[in-house]
Design a protein around this ligand. Sequence first.
Ligand SMILES: NC(=O)c1ccc[n+]([C@@H]2O[C@H](COP(=O)([O-])OP(=O)(O)OC[C@H]3O[C@@H](n4cnc5c(N)ncnc54)[C@H](OP(=O)(O)O)[C@@H]3O)[C@@H](O)[C@H]2O)c1
Length: 246
Amino acid sequence: MDLGIAGRRALVCGASRGLGFACAAALADEGVAVTLLARHRDTLAAAAERIGAGGVVPQIVAADIATETGRKSVLEACPEPDIVVTNAGGPPGMDFRALTKEDWTAAIEANFLSAVELIRLTVDGMTQRGFGRIVNVTSLTVRSPVPQLDLSNATRLALTGYVAGVARQVAPHHVTINNLLPGTIATERIRDLGDTATKLIAKVPMGRAGRPEEFGVACAFLCSTRAAYITGQNILVDGGLCSFTV
Ligand SMILES: NC(=O)c1ccc[n+]([C@@H]2O[C@H](COP(=O)([O-])OP(=O)(O)OC[C@H]3O[C@@H](n4cnc5c(N)ncnc54)[C@H](OP(=O)(O)O)[C@@H]3O)[C@@H](O)[C@H]2O)c1
């Protein structure tokens, strides 16, 4: 299937590894010119080289998407993206009683405001040009809150509510905004969760963790012209882990 996005420009956040990298690689495979963003330049450059081995080496921007300066620098490098994938590292798992105001502020900046601001700064250009795709990498915690991941449970739901409203306001202009919800996909983040991840994977109906590239192709499809009638949705890529009853 031709996804119809060759030649489009994409900005992919959190793209030096894991899910962000997989989304960027899948978009690059479709002939999209990708700009990769993450905080550490070395790993980012290595990621760009890996993607570039199959064609054009992507542009990279080393910046923190949770900051205004970081967002400014990436939009200077990629001022008119047709496709934006918002993504950042997940907040730490902690007992909710131990969470401080600083922990909440950091999670809100990284997992809520970074996406809200990137949407605000790019969506009008997309509507004016008559095409746009925004995919926010959120979490299965939106459908099924996970104990100890209270920062994630709360900030992802805030973004879900925001997107539910905004996606419908820009829908007439050929711009779609969707959230893609990973669950137990084998990335470094999952390995860092240790026991929590092992317990979750044991419950996955498919009996295995997902592969990042399985998530990446789902993202590329949502960014395609073929997915023009899908907006404001929260789509799980979790091997069937979340059921309707949770
Ligand atoms: N894997 C799963 O199954 C799963 C399940 C539920 C939710 N999620 C969520 O999905 C997101 C991606 O997960 P992942 O497994 O791919 O994580 P990961 O392996 O930790 O990768 C995170 C990526 O984001 C970058 N990053 C982190 N903070 C950033 C920031 N402030 N600004 C710019 N780049 C930043 C990292 O590079 P630098 O460190 O160099 O910045 C890295 O490239 C996370 O929010 C995670 O909580 C994942």
